[in-house]
Design a binder for this molecule. Structure first.
Ligand code: MG
Length: 156
């Protein structure tokens, strides 16, 4: 399982699931701050018995400044494969009061499926609001959760 939350700020583009989403605010962070991909990466690393994304991609490292989180996801796929696992499926949810994400969900799934080399049918991206409650509900932040199933690859 993975969880992440980032603060919304002016002057930043909004990336979710590798998709640039038109919105006046974007997520603060060292990379592109794609909270959905970050939650997914932590879920994959955890299921493979590896450490968290901050361990592999330290926030202060200039190599990761404004990097697309999809690139980091490709690295996570390699780390997980190195432990002998492949992704079976992933279920993800974004918690955001705005913008409306339904029109972007299919493109997010396509982006993630391309990097992980799985069918889009193995992925779910859902969106929910926080009913006006807490930092996500008042529009200060966007959070995401992900849960994944990995399978040990059969020896070749
Ligand atoms: Mg993050």
């Amino acid at each position: 399982m993975g969880f992440d939350i980032h603060r919304l700020a002016k002057g930043r583009p909004l990336f979710l699931g590798g998709e640039a989403i038109p919105y006046p605010l974007g997520l603060e962070g060292h990379s592109d701050a794609d909270v959905l991909v970050h939650a997914l990466m932590d879920a994959m690393l955890g299921a493979a018995g590896l450490r968290d994304i901050g361990h592999y991609f330290p926030p202060g490292d200039p190599r990761y400044c404004n990097i697309s989180s999809l690139e980091l996801l490709g690295e996570v796929k390699k780390l997980v494969a190195g432990k002998g696992y492949r992704l079976v499926n992933a279920d993800m949810v974004v918690i955001a009061e705005a913008p409306r994400l339904a029109p972007h969900v299919e493109k997010m799934k396509k982006n993630i499926a391309r990097i992980l080399e799985v069918s889009e049918g193995a992925l779910a991206v859902k969106a929910t609001t926080a009913e006006g409650l807490g930092p996500c509900g008042c529009g200060e932040a966007i959070a995401a959760q992900a849960v994944v199933l990995l399978q040990a690859r059969s020896p070749e």
